[in-house]
Design a protein around this ligand. Sequence first.
Ligand code: AMP
Ligand code: MG
Length: 405
Amino acid sequence: MISVEEALESVLNRARARAPITVSLAEGLGRVLAEDITSDIDSPPHDKSLVDGYAVLAADAKTTPVELVVSEEVMAGETPSRPLTTGEATRIMTGAPIPVGADAIVMVEQTELVDGSAAAVRLAKQQVQVGQHIMRRATSLRRGDVVLSKGARVRPIEIGLLAEVGRPKVSVFPPPKVAVLSTGNELVPVGDSPGAGQIRNSNGPMLGALVQRAGGCHIDLGIGRDDQDSLTQLVGQGLQADVLVLSGGVSAGALDLVPGVLASLGVAQVFHKVDLKPGKPVWFGVLADPTGDKLVFGLPGNPVSSLVCFELFVRPAMARLAGWSADRLATQVARLTNDHQHRGDRPTYFPARLGLVDGQSQVELLAWKGSADLRTLSSADCLAFFPKGERAYHAGDEIDVVRFP
Ligand code: AMP
Ligand code: MG
């Protein structure tokens, strides 16, 4: 059986970013840039005042208090009409260009009008340094600078920066289309009451939500019955997407028909079964396609196994399809709060909860009742990792954990 690392590697090797698309700035949120972004402006575009106050010559304020004649008033969006000469001050607002000649700004709070008239201002007793409260032109960025590189993730901050440098449209990698199909004769939709032997389809909605959270376009294929025809028809539909995620039907049961149906539709198996707990029966294959190979994941039906396999394999694959390079699992180290006996036949991902105590990450293992126990999982925010091998862990031991959203 292959390891999680080998399995992930072979998934990522087959996941290529899709052809870029041009979208509006707002639609770029959450996507990955498919182009370098070059600024068409200097920022700030002029030497600007960082406060509301008076532009002065620092030399005039060597000894304060001092009275200066107010030459003009410049609002943000206006430009000064004349240079500043000795003995003068220009009333200036935050963001406005400073007049030629001025080399410092005095905050309005440190001034008062002379005889209540706007024609003259008195600077309070203070030190005035050359350059104070002035941001020089192009301090932040220069026209022609590459301000964002291909591969950068577009967060709200990048939306602001793209707007600043005049990009109403950007080229990004499209969100992967991910079809989700839950298989099983025992499944009924969420709105139905399960009859004898039946359960509700919890994986379908959960996997759909995971897909959306991971930035994909979710295509809901509903429930497929454990028969060749139903599965063939729905899998065929799912193969229109970039990724098809199936749950159930990949174990050793008499009606675990998924691998056979996939093979009959030309999906080549890459691996079946990974040395992992929970999630061992996970299946992965590809369907060759000129626009990029279609990736097919058969996740085990138990909800916790499905979630673990989604986090380990599907999420990183989706990240790669979306052009994101940070597609490896983000693990962190935390200290166990409880003792734990690891039986050790397989590497194990155990539902757990992270906390911070005295600045240290701590991880509490939850009283988890197996792969079908979604309820306990709902108290979890991470998976605690125990490598293969029989071992007694003690409270305080450091272990790796994988967060999930
Ligand atoms: P399977 O992988 O098809 O053998 O299913 C393993 C277990 O997961 C069985 O107990 C199924 O009833 C359960 N299961 C399968 N699919 C789902 C689903 N969509 N929602 C909840 N449980 C499921
Ligand atoms: Mg089944």
